[in-house]
Design a protein around this ligand. Structure first.
Ligand SMILES: [Cu+2]
Length: 154
């Protein structure tokens, strides 16, 4: 093994094949991988879709600070996208008729993408604090029909 490394070192100026350098090379690669993953998460890019009768986002978590939601309406009718900070369980916001009042006790509507057309995509960039959120459509009947999902900012 060591002999093979010596041969490689002699044949080439590349020394990463040598056993003596292997631990450093591996450690460096692991550190780079960790840094890369961290950087990717720091972007807080959230991809979401709306449709009848569902809100989906990926990932469903973010770190506090700037969070960028790119949301597509994949349905056949208009939908809206509300970012609601609340500890109320997903789907359990009390309705006032066919939607919940804004504001309502126990929740704060941070911001929203107003109703937008099927087949279009909108961007919403927010500065979010740590906490529990629901991402919902509050058009008449839509929340009750299932257009809500949980989202956590840590
Ligand atoms: Cu909707």
């Amino acid at each position: 093994m060591i002999r093979a490394c010596g041969v490689i070192a002699i044949l080439s100026t590349v020394t990463m094949g040598c056993a003596a350098d292997a631990p450093d090379a591996a450690g460096s690669a692991a550190a780079e991988a960790a840094a890369g993953g961290s950087t990717a998460n720091d972007g807080n890019f959230i991809s979401g879709t709306l449709q009848e009768w569902k809100v989906s986002v990926s990932p469903n978590t973010a770190t506090a600070g700037e969070v960028k939601f790119t949301v597509s309406n994949n349905g056949t009718i208009g939908h809206e996208f509300l970012v609601v900070k609340t500890d109320i369980l997903d789907g359990k916001i009390t309705l006032d008729g066919d939607h919940f009042a804004e504001p309502s006790p126990g929740l704060e509507v941070i911001d929203e993408i107003g109703e937008f057309k099927p087949g279009t995509t909108e961007l919403l960039v927010l500065n979010l604090k740590p906490g529990n959120y629901q991402l919902v459509c509050n058009l008449p009947g839509h929340y009750a029909a299932g257009m809500h999902t949980s989202f956590v900012v840590s």
